[in-house]
Design a protein around this ligand. Structure first.
Ligand code: DSN
Length: 420
């Protein structure tokens, strides 16, 4: 099988060997290993090319048609097209494609809708939320009064009645849904109802599931939520960046929050790459791809459980799962991550809901299927991946065995080349 895509680094090869070698080595690491970090993906040739293109040279503070610098006629085409493609893809009334990353996108949304000190609700980090969802060490927990909600202890899933009850007591200005480590379907319609009942702004951070939402594989909140933020590099398969979508009534506030509120010059080469990714995500093949991500995750989950591993909530509805390695194998998440890495299987240590261990050395690992699906793997390969994971966990203190597994992992991955 031939690789699909190629990086062009001819100049660097000649003139900056150290950086060239490090980039090449990173490419080799990505190609030779089983990448299970659910927030990562592999971008297309079009996205790679746009990211390395000359709009990086341009200052374009402002928005299309209203810039604070001259010479933006071509940049305006790029940014306007990115906005139009994003709105169409998600059925959003308004879109801002300038946020540089997920945290600034969330910051801009809060900045637009709340005053410092206002109360909002987000899911606890240790139960699947994100730092920017109100954690005390983050700006979101320092500048706002975040009252966090949790999961149900029995099911390890969202309990919408409990969230409504808490919201009635707390009276938040905004309720945030959308998570970074929640393996189950989110009932966005229910969140809209809860927000309406308590008079809160309804916001979602769909960073993890954006590709699934765009493809119709997960409920898409963009048409009826007040504000939706997302990164563009996870299941959406775009460049490392973010966007905000919102109802028309919040458009001006959101735009002003991004610029001049929080950012200066937008990264127009990245905006070009986002436009490319949105067009790719609008194609019928992307729907099939997103369906396959979920099929692969479900197969991987079933297989891991049948081989004795406990999964949080007993499975997955989306692209990711949390494995309770501490309960299943008496290995901590940190040790599991390290052992798997020695076998060229990449994941991240993660707390599980109600974890009694610390976030630095928690009980779980978080794994997912976007990258492997991008490489063309299907259900039968997921069974092999599950076996690699279990073998490596069982051999966690035996470096020679892990090195042997690494060789087998490389041979397995070589069947699914991606970048030349
Ligand atoms: N850090 C990201 C993740 O890995 O899920 C969330 O932004």
């Amino acid at each position: 099988m031939d690789a699909k895509y190629e990086m062009h680094l001819n100049y660097l090869k000649e003139h900056d060997k150290l950086i060239f070698d490090a980039i090449e080595a990173e490419k080799k690491r990505q190609m030779d290993g089983i990448e299970l970090i659910p927030s990562e993906n592999l971008v297309s040739q079009g996205v790679l090319e746009a990211m390395g293109s000359i709009p990086t040279n341009k200052y374009s503070e402002g928005y299309p048609g209203k810039r604070y610098y001259g010479g933006n006629e071509h940049i305006d085409i790029i940014e306007s097209e990115a906005i139009a493609r994003l709105k169409k893809l998600f059925g959003a009334e308004h879109a801002n494609v300038q946020p540089n990353s997920g945290s600034p996108a969330n910051m801009a949304a809060y900045y637009a809708l709340m005053n410092y000190g206002d109360t909002f609700m987000g899911l606890k980090l240790t139960e699947g939320g994100h730092l920017t969802h109100g954690h005390p060490v983050n700006f979101s927990g320092k500048y706002y009064n975040c009252v966090q909600y949790g999961l149900d202890k029995e099911t390890e899933m969202l309990d919408y009645d409990a969230i409504l009850k808490q919201a009635k007591e707390v009276k938040p200005k905004l309720i945030l849904s959308g998570y970074t480590a929640y393996p189950r379907e989110i009932d966005f319609k229910r969140f809209r109802e809860i927000c309406d009942e308590v008079g809160a702004f309804c916001m979602a951070d769909i960073a993890h599931i954006a590709g699934l939402c765009a493809a119709g594989v997960h409920e898409n909140p963009a048409p009826y939520f007040d504000v939706v933020t997302t990164t563009t590099h996870k299941t959406l398969r775009g460049p490392r960046s973010a966007v905000i979508m919102c109802k028309e009534e919040f458009a001006e506030k959101i735009d002003k929050a991004v610029f001049p509120g929080l950012q200066g010059g937008p990264h127009e080469h990245t905006i070009a790459a986002k436009a490319v990714a949105f067009e790719e995500a609008a194609q019928p093949e992307f729907k099939e791809y997103a369906k396959q991500i979920v099929k692969n995750a479900k197969t991987l989950a079933e297989e891991l459980m049948s081989q004795g591993l406990r999964l949080v909530s007993n499975g997955t509805d989306n692209h990711l799962m949390l494995v309770d390695v501490f309960k299943s194998k008496e290995i901590t998440g940190k040790d599991a991550e390290h052992a798997l890495e020695l076998a060229a299987i990449y994941c991240n240590k993660n707390t599980i809901p109600f974890d009694t261990r610390s976030p630095w050395n928690p009980s779980g690992i978080r794994i997912g299927t976007p990258v492997l699906t991008t490489r063309g793997m299907k259900e039968s390969e997921m069974k092999e991946v599950a076996s690699f994971i279990v073998k490596a966990l069982d051999a966690h203190s035996d470096e020679a065995k892990l090195a042997a597994i690494k060789k087998d992992v490389k041979a397995f991955c070589d069947q699914f080349p991606f970048y030349k």
